[in-house]
Write a protein that binds this ligand. Structure first.
Ligand code: SAM
Length: 282
């Protein structure tokens, strides 16, 4: 009989993944960490029972959340990632040769150590790139204390429970806004709207209160059950969300990216919101 991993995030919905092999399990100070191999997703990392990333579908999540803001903005030199200890987001951002510096603020050093050893297919050589600076800190405290400016801030956090909860607060988003250079973009993990509408509702309301332009973009990530996932978009430059596909195509070609999910057309389509999603932002 096979073993199964059952995600326990939502009491109303259970996602079960077959386990070929459990590679690692540890309960340290901050979060319970499990790594297993699944026939469908390859290596899967779960924290406190919630799937964080998988070798099989990480490209969807990381490509859409990194390349949409970078290519819409067009001149990102300095970026901040809050969370993202698996290194997948840093790897995507650093593919842009125009990105000069990335700061990654992760609260749990075990996730980084672990990913460097066991999730090379996801983080690649990102942690060895001299353009990446890693800070071990609570992202909310880091942003509140920082005096640096960033062209892009990506919040690649766990769900709004436990240590990730603070990364969905209006106070945190306000501090992010204050750290953005003029015309900068804030892009955030905003949950699956079908199962967790309150996450997007709350994120959208906070972003609208703080920024001239706020919306979200969507991508279906198979290991996050419940349909398309939403990513919050906030900027004081409304033109960035409307960047024409021709401009995106020129930038995409110039960046020389080989992608499996992102294309300029997918980018534009990701902002087309079905009413059950746009109603949450109204
Ligand atoms: N793609 C994933 C998802 O949506 O499930 C997120 C992946 S990434 C591994 C999330 C990271 O955020 C975790 O490593 C966690 O330790 C980190 N994290 C949670 N709360 C944080 C906080 N307050 N400050 C910085 N990092 C935090």
């Amino acid at each position: 009989m096979s073993d199964w991993f059952e995600e326990t995030v939502d009491p109303r919905l259970r996602l079960r993944l077959e386990i070929l092999e459990t590679l690692h399990e540890e309960r340290h100070g901050l979060q319970r960490l499990v790594l297993f191999r699944s026939p469908l997703f390859g290596r899967v990392l779960a924290l406190d029972g919630a799937i964080q990333t998988t070798e099989g579908d990480e490209f969807i999540y990381h490509e859409i959340l990194a390349h949409v803001p970078v290519l819409a903005h067009g001149a990102v030199r300095r970026a901040l990632i809050v969370g993202g200890g698996d290194g997948g987001m840093a790897e995507e951002l650093l593919k842009h040769r125009t990105v000069e510096h990335v700061t990654l603020v992760e609260i749990d050093p075990a996730v980084i150590d672990f990913s460097r050893t066991h999730l090379r297919a996801i983080c690649g050589d990102a942690f060895d790139d001299p353009r990446l600076a890693v800070e071990i800190a609570d992202g909310a405290a880091f942003v509140a204390d920082s005096r640096e400016n960033f062209d892009l801030i990506i919040v690649d956090s766990t769900d709004p429970e436990g240590p990730g909860e603070v990364l969905f607060s209006e106070a945190f988003y306000r501090n992010c806004r204050d750290r953005l250079a003029p015309g900068g973009v804030l892009a955030t993990q905003a949950g699956v709207p079908f199962t967790h509408p309150q996450t997007l509702r709350r994120t959208g309301a906070a972003h609208r209160a703080l920024f001239a332009d706020a919306s979200c973009f969507l991508a279906a990530v198979p290991s996050y059950s419940g349909g398309a996932m939403a990513f919050g978009w906030a900027s004081d430059d409304p033109a960035l969300r409307q960047t024409p596909v021709e401009t995106l195509s020129e930038r995409f070609a110039a960046a020389g990216l080989a992608t499996r999910y992102y294309t300029p057309e997918v980018h534009r389509a990701a902002f087309a919101l079905p009413p059950y999603v746009s109603e949450l932002l109204a």
